[in-house]
Design a protein around this ligand. Sequence first.
Ligand code: SF4
Length: 237
Amino acid sequence: MQLPLGPDPRTETLRRLQSLLIQRFGRIERAAAEWREPEWVLVQGVIGARTKSEISNAATDRLLKRYGSWEEVADAPLEELQAELATQTYPNIAAGRLKGSLSALVERRGAVDLAHLAEMETLPAMRWLEQLPGIGRKIAAGVMNASTLDRRAIVLDGHHTRILQRMGLVPPKATTDRAFEAIMPAMPEEWDGATFDEHHLLMKKLGQTWCRPAMPDCATCLALSLCKTGTERVGNR
Ligand code: SF4
């Protein structure tokens, strides 16, 4: 006889973690509506490698203001885009990826228009986005979750993935893609798109403070009692 599978214990861990994160860092409100058009979120992600969100947000707004439409941005000379993106950590890479992804969108859709994603299931929509140059799992999930599409797709950056690995919630060396596949089935079913977004932003804060890449401060970390690595390093209190 096959025993029924019980609920995934990671789901309760994620619920408890979210409540501890909110206690420590407070609630995080969603971005302003004008920052949440799917096309805007895609551009912000494409130019945003290793750059603070506020800087990439401002650069995305500047681009749209200067050129008037994303199609005009796609048509702009590469050198001009490199100069426009001087605030980004890697302006040349950002400009090349931006031109590549927007031009591919114009080629496929006739315009920089992602309206068709609203009619698609979340995973097929992410796979469609990932066929565009410069779009990986993180940006695809961001477009589906942090935009007006509001889907239940978890955005995993380096901080978030590292914490999930250390906590033992995904395999220790999981890539972003694998971590996404591993954690999605455990996400609490009552969490909507906005909660996914808030959870990601709170995890990022934890990764920038206690669970830094080198020398995590497990002894005072809010997640210690839920964390495999922390418990091994400090003991369960
Ligand atoms: S207990 Fe340590 S390893 Fe675990 S999340 Fe906190 S800082 Fe990271």
